[in-house]
Design a protein. Sequence first.
Lengths: 319, 220
Amino acid sequence: MSDLMAAGMILFHVVIVIVILLIMPIPLTWAERKVAGHIQQRLGPMRVGWHGLLQPIADVVKLIGKEDIIPDQADRLIFKIAPIITLVPPFAVFVAIPFADNLYLSNMNVGLLYVLAVGGLEIYGVIFGGWASNSKYALLGSMRTCAQLISYEIPMGFAVIGVMMLSQSMNLSDIVNAQADTWNIVYQPLGFFVFFTAGLAEAQRIPFDLAEAEGDLGAGYHTEYSGMRFSFFMISEYLVMLTISVLCVILFFGGWHGFLVPLPPLLWFSIKVAFFVYLFMWIRFTFPRYRYDQLMSIGWKVLFPLSLANVLVTGLFMI
Amino acid sequence: MNHVDPAGSEKKAEATVQNTAQKTVQQIAVKQLPVTETEQGWIGWLFFTDLFTALRLTLKYMFSKSVTMQYPDKEKWQPYSRFRGHHFLKKDEKGNTKCVACELCAKICPSKCIEVVPYEDENGNRHPEVFNIDLGRCLYCGLCEDACPVDAIAMGSDYEFAAYNSQDLLVHKEKLLTMPGKTETGGKVIAASLSDDAKTAVASEPEHAYHWWNLIHRKS
């Protein structure tokens, strides 16, 4: 009976996290459009609700009402499951994330590895979507994404090693607790730089959004999608952005540990994550998109050696 | 020697001209300075100062005031007094039309969109019986305004007269007499609201009037 209760509690917590994550893209799209507007001296959405707050709701209603188009030559089964495969990994990542002290779904001792591995699964949905659409733009977009994600996963993994060495653990809670006095950013500025840049590429955001470069590829791998299937890709994109922000906070910015102002741990955590999400949007509306060869050379010729050097220097200092 | 020299110097001159031309081409082609000679220098290059400059600039824009005019339901543009909008006919102190139906405006109109039919009252004064303007053909040059000897017709501040039907663009004397005149304090964004009765934006008092172009953020 107590086992059943425990299982029920876990299920309850999982449902809460899933619901929160499903709701998150709504304020995020609103915030993104507002940031875009104000950076360009516009106002952004203003008409639906107070300062356009209900605009994402209206968008969701519109997307649900849209016709679900499947191209004639598409591989129907893969075309249908691709958005789901893209959507699941960002949710699965949050299983291992500690939001505050003793506030997590699962305290895995290989949490970091799990997060990186499951986060990398998202690429399958992108490739499936691009391949099954049977469209040149979608295929090109997904091929680019494939190469990009594989290239940037490596420096990302190496950048994390420095953090792992400092905290002597792959458990995310332990990593945060090891930062109680000084945050990892003090010891690992280079690691953070590499991680964040690779994270930008992982989330397929400008300046690395070649996967859906609307100028040259229509909309990239989701060119042929419409309605809710398209919105699955969008939700996944926002959740990956959130995941990268959360990982930045946990690995480099002391998780729920505050400084100067004593606030509830969860609030501190949210503030830091919100800052990183804002940083993503800020960067998006500041920089142009890199060319494909530039993207590859940044990944392999700059970030990869830097991340290796970071591991080496961290190791030397620890000895 | 004397015979050869001028030709040789000419050739030399040509060669130097060609050389300078090639040099300028080369100078234009090589635009990229080495990192050490740029504004940011080596240290700046190493720490990506150019990227941070860009981020600082967009942050400034982010917290500068927006230039959006929320037309037509919240704000609208009140044009300058020299603006040439919808025509209007002026009245004298007694409330009669100033127009003496001389038809000069109809004569000077380059698109022939004004139609005036005069009539004479018992005192022998001329008045317009019909005064039609086809706004669909008018090109808003303002020549009618200049031609008028009694300052009766002018172009006012109203610019919201889009119509679904070109017949609706043919306006008559009665409407021309009621159209708003020129603005005294124009060139502003003013508060506006959509009234369902008039189906057009109705301007209220210019409390929130401002010059929107002053808000455009320029890098000094």
